[in-house]
Ligand binder design. Structure first.
Ligand code: ADP
Ligand code: MG
Length: 256
């Protein structure tokens, strides 16, 4: 479990929508076990980039690779099956499910016994279900939801619901975690908590994280490397400190 994931390599990715180039030959590499932030003003192409990485959008040209595995053009479920988990900018939790059940959804791809064994109530399926619940408990502890496992996820405060999403993604045991604006809409307190959890994921689990985020404070605190987009182009890249003092970045944000 502790060997590092392969690098995630984005090479010359271009995405065109009718008449508009949302990403223009963008390249960057997410180093194993690092937090790589993708930032930029509104409309820069961050969500498009995220959607290409998760298989929701198909690149017009260019490639995305995890190690030597080509991800370009794979459907979202295939990308997920390769160990790339994502959260959603807007919540996508089943409204009445408990926190535990919402997180169990993330175990789906890891289920061996399968539907038939579960339906027949075979002992192997029961044991496996217990193991999954135990792991859900550990991850809930990790993200700070241990006390909320039996509550309906939809009844929790917004910040906690976002943590359920994060927990569900972690339940997939991913090698790469894609986070789309994980602190958007949160209170200052929830932001701090979420940032601490993400830092814990990075340190404790050795997962690579791609962080698409508008909150510069969070980015500066969490990221090892930053890619800056503006009007679909990569205008800067480097450490948070390098990027922060880059004149092109300052101009892009001032022009917002
Ligand atoms: P960001 O997340 O950085 O705010 P987006 O990636 O959402 O930026 O958008 C980049 C550009 O691509 C914007 O001009 C946006 O309107 C356009 N865009 C994004 N998704 C689509 C789509 N599905 N169809 C057409 N245009 C899109
Ligand atoms: Mg966006």
């Amino acid at each position: 479990e502790s060997h590092p994931p392969p690098p995630l390599t984005v090479t010359d990715v271009t995405v065109r929508f009718a008449g508009l180039t949302a990403l223009d030959s963008v390249s960057f590499t997410v180093e194993p076990g690092s937090v790589h932030a993708v930032i930029g003003p509104n409309g820069a192409g961050k969500s498009t980039c995220f959607n290409v990485l998760s298989g929701v959008y198909r690149a017009t040209s260019g490639s995305v690779r995890l190690g030597r595995t080509e991800l370009t053009g794979l459907a979202p479920h295939r990308v997920a099956a390769l160990g790339i988990a994502r959260t959603f900018q807007n919540l996508a939790l089943p409204p009445h499910a408990t926190v535990a059940d919402s997180m169990l959804l993330g175990r789906h791809r890891l289920t061996r016994a399968g539907f038939l064994a579960t339906g027949l109530r075979l002992p192997s399926a029961a044991r496996e279900a217990r193991e999954h619940r135990a792991r859900v408990g550990e991850i809930a502890e990790f993200v700070g939801l241990a006390g909320d496992l039996d509550r309906p996820a939809g009844a929790l405060p917004y910040g906690k619901q976002k943590l359920v999403e994060l927990g569900r993604a972690l339940c997939m045991e991913p090698t790469v975690l894609l986070l789309d604006e994980p602190v958007a809409g949160m209170t200052a307190d929830e932001r701090r908590r979420t940032a601490a959890v993400v830092a814990g994921v990075r340190e404790g689990l050795g997962i690579s994280i791609v962080l698409v985020e508008h909150d510069m404070g969070v980015v500066m605190r969490l990221a090892d490397a930053v890619t800056v987009l503006d009007f679909g182009r990569r205008i800067a890249g480097g450490t948070p400190a390098q990027v922060q003092s880059d004149p092109a970045v300052v101009r892009a944000y001032l022009g917002e």
